[in-house]
Design a protein around this ligand. Structure first.
Ligand code: CA
Ligand code: CA
Length: 208
């Protein structure tokens, strides 16, 4: 009898906790979330070759630089952080525009708090005046809806992931007639030489 008690005690004290420690965390989309520190709209210029605005240097309508770092926190069904999740399984997605790939690559997986930070420029084109970015893990939407406050436009105006004369023509049609956010790269409500300069700087850009 004593042996049985000792054996069961051994199982409870040593083996069961070891089993639970050995089980890798599985992220629960309901417990995980996506956030930024933003409280107002910012605009990014994105380019297919990734030479656009880093998320850390997004600008508001007044031209002030605001940090739009996207922080993803993965938790399991118990609410505990999920560590060491590989970054390649975590993707930025867009409801409009075009992405070369689910990029903003972070070389690091999730940290000790289950967090991963997206800060680099998107490899992308097209125009998204509404909030359109969201995060997926293995194709599953993480967090609620799209990430608020972040909009973007691109010298790749038609979103075919190349900046060429077709885009210049499209820009010119707005420049000489009707305002469009999609052509307002220096986001200030007017189309002028500052926007032309940004367009010119991205001619020839394409996905790597
Ligand atoms: Ca294009
Ligand atoms: Ca402008």
């Amino acid at each position: 009898m004593l042996h049985r008690v000792v054996y069961i005690t051994f199982l409870v004290v040593l083996v069961f906790p070891a089993l639970s420690w050995a089980t890798p965390g599985v992220p629960d989309p309901e417990q995980s979330n996506v956030e930024t520190g933003l409280v107002e709209d910012v605009s990014l210029v994105v380019s297919p070759n990734g030479s656009g605005t880093p998320l850390t240097e997004a600008k508001n309508f007044q031209g002030q630089i605001l940090d739009a770092t996207v922080i993803i926190t993965f938790r399991d069904s118990e609410g505990f952080p999920v560590l060491n999740m590989p970054a390649e399984d975590i993707w930025m997605e867009s409801e409009c525009g075009s992405l070369c790939f689910g990029n903003i690559s972070s070389e690091q997986g999730t940290d000790i708090n289950g967090q991963l930070f997206f800060q680099n420029p998107l490899f992308a084109g097209g125009c998204c005046e509404e909030y359109s970015l969201w995060i997926s893990y293995n194709g599953v939407h993480i967090g609620e809806g799209t990430i608020p406050f972040i909009r973007y436009n691109s010298p790749d105006m038609n979103g075919d992931l190349e900046v060429n004369l077709t885009d210049v023509s499209s820009f010119a049609s707005h420049f000489y007639s009707s305002y469009s956010y999609c052509a307002d790269f220096k986001w200030d409500g007017v189309l002028n030489l500052l926007d032309v300069g940004i367009l010119a700087g991205h001619i020839g850009s394409s996905c790597p």
